[in-house]
Design a protein. Structure first.
Length: 203
């Protein structure tokens, strides 16, 4: 099992080309892949300053979670429209032409996965008992919203505070030990490689 702690102070901040916000690069596969690279998956946080269009990412599935600010609306051309709720993950296709409408600046968390390579789901968790591990899940990523979270397995140990991210690559029959304080809350992402999903279905 591999464990990686990403402290918020180490997130790389880059301005958007249109000047309407900033992106904080958190983690990616391959390591250090950016939005312009052929990443397999990528987790980032964004500061959105004003309403405007989202960049399109053909072949990419997205999960966005609003972390702060008044509720942001997303309109997907020829598809649907939705209003985000704080700390509630929302999935949509990167192929869609999407426009965001907001009344004031906000912050959001974005996971992007390459279709056909990886699949992902997300949820808000407030107790370590809720960190259920699927047999087909290869990787768990937790973005800590409040409190702190600790993870231990054999000689490996990590502690993540609010704003930090913790990535754990799982091995069968080797579950990690999770502990958290009373204030703990996090957005959890479950990632699975499509090839391993297919192999699991064939067994």
């Amino acid at each position: 099992m591999t464990m990686q702690h990403y402290p918020k102070r180490q997130y790389r901040k880059t301005p958007w080309k249109n000047g309407q916000g900033f992106t904080y690069e958190i983690a990616a596969s391959p390591d250090s892949a950016t939005a312009s690279d052929a990443f397999e998956w990528r987790l980032s946080m964004a500061e959105v300053a004003a309403s405007g269009p989202f960049s399109q990412f053909p072949g990419i599935d997205r999960i966005i979670t609003q972390l702060s600010g008044p509720s942001m609306s997303l309109e997907h051309r020829n598809h649907s429209k939705t209003r985000l709720r704080l700390n509630e993950p929302y999935e949509f296709s990167g192929d869609w032409q999407t426009t965001a409408t907001l009344s004031s600046p906000c912050t959001d968390l974005n996971l992007m996965t390459r279709r056909g390579k990886w699949t992902a789901s997300a949820a808000l968790v407030k107790q370590v008992d809720a960190i259920a591990e699927s047999s087909v899940c290869n990787t768990i990523i937790l973005f800590v919203l409040h409190g702190s979270l600790e993870c231990a397995k054999n000689s490996q140990y990590a502690r993540a505070e609010a704003g930090d991210t913790l990535l754990v690559e799982l091995k069968k029959n080797q579950p990690p030990i999770w502990t958290a304080d009373d204030q703990f809350a996090a957005i959890i992402f479950y990632l699975a490689e499509v090839t391993k999903l297919a192999n699991s279905a064939a067994d």
